[in-house]
Structures are given as structure tokens and as C-alpha cells.
Design a protein around this ligand. Structure first.
Ligand SMILES: O=P(O)(O)OC[C@H]1O[C@H](O[C@H]2O[C@H](CO)[C@@H](O)[C@H](O)[C@H]2O)[C@H](O)[C@@H](O)[C@@H]1O
Length: 307
């Protein structure tokens, strides 16, 4: 594991020489990461804990329609619900899909969860049932149609592209290459096509694990997290994530820690995104490791309340 002496207060620049986190576990890499569980224990009501969904609470699978938050991660989230001041998910998924993935409607236990979808464009408060979902702009129909045409053409010309798909999220459309026969080649060929289309139609681009997303709005997870901070005024701040789309929110936490406040960037480790792991205060072994870390936080709250 990383030597404490080799990490700075907020940035672990030497991660490449470190081992991945322990199987199904987690490791604190920075002073901020090492101090955060105790800080939550001291002030659970002042804690804002936000998490991404895909790759962080939900294991990565080839078909995005089949992804779901793991049983263990859901239990760990529920263990924090109503015990930390703010529990939130901030996801690239639309809230309608995130509600299914986290299973908030059929099962109880997440009654205080705030769900920010499409990188903060959509919002659903489980407690109040309040839902904010803006209408997709008309241009998204054109984006979906043009991207699908490009995928169909590529598949017809090259069987190695077969399996590439377009995910329709209303205010965003996504080029998905994970299921392609040769997914790296599919991303290399169709990624630039998707980016050019975004430029032509005035859409924002979000890059991710085997995906290129075209979004109607520029809003990032950093914007979403800043808004939630302004609303809830926390004293302790944690963001869990695994992908490039989580980096703007991680930057908000880095700034927070840089101002001397308690917090942590909790990264769900994946060899697919080493750049994200480099910003970790706490590095977890995928969604199982994140769940283990959330359990640790819960345990600290219990410990503090019985002292
Ligand atoms: O913000 P997130 O909750 O992490 O959502 C980001 C993207 O997640 C989904 O794609 C990712 O998960 C898929 C299912 O495991 C996987 O097949 C894909 O390769 C991953 O990138 C989702 O499909 C995208 O729309 C989201 O943007």
C-alpha cells in the first residue's frame, strides 16, 4: 500500500506505484482520507455524502439496461439513510432509471435519499416525492437519429462493430461500445463521429467507460454538488465515484479539503480509469469496496452515538 510519506494532503500523485486496494475492501491514501470516518462520526448531521451509481454502487455490465446497484451497496446506503444529514446519488442516468437501479420505490430504507440525475439536470427527493425533470430539447431527436445512423453504417461496413449501441436518455444520447465485438476499435472509430455530431448540434460531450455521451445541457456533477452544498451547508463532504464524469465533483471536494475542511474523494477503483484513481483520498475495490467503506462510516456513527 502507499507509504504515508509519499502522499500530499489532497493529492496522491504516486498511485501508479501503489497496489490496488485490498479485495472487496478499501484503503485511505491521504491524511484527509484517513481522518474522514472520524469526522463523520463527530458530526453525522453535518455530513453530506454523495455517490455516483454505475461502477461505484452498481457493478459494470455490458448491457446498461441490466445494471443494478449491488445488494451489499444498497444495504450500506440504507445504513446511512437518515443518519447522515444528506445522502445523495449524483448520476449520469436519468432519475427514472436511477430509481430502478437503486430500487427506491419498491423497497423502503432510502427515505431521505436525494437523487440527482443526468449530471444534476434532474432531481428526485425520495422523502417528499418531489420530481424535477425538464423536457428534452427537440435537437435530441436529431442527435439520436444521426448517431444511430452512424452506428448502423459502421456495423454494416465492419462486423467487428456489431454490438455497438445507442442509449437514449431523453436529454442525452450515448454511444455505447462495451458490447461491440472489438470495443476499443468501435470507440476509436465512432467516438470522433459522436464528438463531431455534438459540435455540430451544440451539445455537450461527456466521456466515460466505453461511452461517449452527447448532452443537451452543460451541467456537470461538480455543478450538481455545489448546488447541494449551498442548499445543505454541510461541515463534512464526501463524494464517491469511478469515472471521468465524477472528476468535476471530485474537484469540488479537493477544493473543500484544501480549505482545511474534513472530506474525502472516495474512488471505486477500476483499471479502466487510472486517472480517477489518482485523485483518491480513499481507494475502494469497486462497488464491493465502496460498500465496505460506507459500512465503516456507519460503524463510526454508531460508535460515536454510544460513547
Ligand atoms: O454517472 P454514472 O451513474 O456513473 O453513469 C455514467 C454512465 O453509466 C452507464 O454506463 C456505464 O455503465 C454501463 C453498465 O454497467 C457500462 O456498460 C458502460 O460501459 C459504463 O460506461 C450508462 O449507460 C451511461 O449512460 C452513463 O452515462
Amino acid at each position: 500500500m502507499c507509504d504515508d510519506g509519499r502522499v500530499s494532503e489532497t493529492t496522491n500523485t504516486d498511485l501508479d506505484s501503489c497496489s490496488p486496494p485490498p479485495a472487496d475492501g478499501w484503503v485511505a491514501l491521504t491524511p484527509a482520507g484517513r481522518a474522514v470516518a472520524r469526522a463523520v462520526g463527530h458530526d453525522p448531521a453535518g455530513t453530506l455524502l454523495a455517490s455516483d451509481v454505475d461502477g461505484t454502487l452498481s457493478p459494470i455490465v455490458a448491457d446498461p439496461t441490466r445494471a443494478a446497484v449491488s445488494e451489499r451497496a444498497r444495504r450500506a446506503l440504507a445504513g446511512l439513510d437518515g443518519r447522515v444529514g444528506t445522502l445523495a446519488v449524483i448520476t449520469g442516468r436519468p432519475v427514472a432509471r436511477a430509481r430502478e437501479m437503486v430500487d427506491v420505490d419498491r423497497r423502503g430504507g432510502l427515505d431521505h435519499l436525494v437523487m440527482l440525475g443526468l449530471y444534476g439536470v434532474e432531481r428526485y427527493d425520495v422523502g417528499t416525492g418531489q420530481l424535477q425533470v425538464p423536457e428534452p430539447p427537440a435537437v435530441m431527436g436529431q442527435a439520436r437519429h444521426r448517431l444511430q445512423e452512424a452506428v448502423d453504417r459502421a456495423v454494416a461496413a465492419d462486423p467487428a462493430m456489431a454490438g455497438t449501441m445507442v442509449e437514449d436518455k431523453g436529454s442525452a444520447v450515448v454511444l455505447h461500445t462495451r458490447r461491440a465485438v472489438e470495443h476499443d476499435r468501435a470507440l476509436a472509430l465512432l467516438g470522433p463521429v459522436a464528438r463531431d455530431l455534438a459540435g455540430e448540434l451544440g451539445l455537450a460531450v461527456e466521456e466515460g467507460r466505453d461511452v461517449v455521451e452527447l448532452k443537451a445541457w452543460q451541467t456537470t456533477k461538480g455543478d450538481a454538488l455545489r448546488r447541494l452544498i449551498a442548499e445543505r451547508m454541510p461541515s463534512v463532504l464526501l463524494m464517491c465515484g469511478d469515472d471521468l464524469g465524477d472528476l468535476p465533483a471530485m474537484a469540488v471536494v479537493e477544493e473543500w479539503i484544501g480549505e482545511g475542511r474534513p472530506g474525502a474523494r472516495v474512488v471505486s477503483w477500476s483499471a479502466e480509469q487510472p486517472r480517477v484513481a489518482r485523485s483518491a483520498d480513499v481507494l475502494c475495490d469497486g462497488p464491493e469496496g465502496v460498500a465496505a467503506f460506507l459500512d465503516e462510516i456507519s460503524g463510526r456513527i454508531t460508535e460515536s452515538s454510544t460513547m
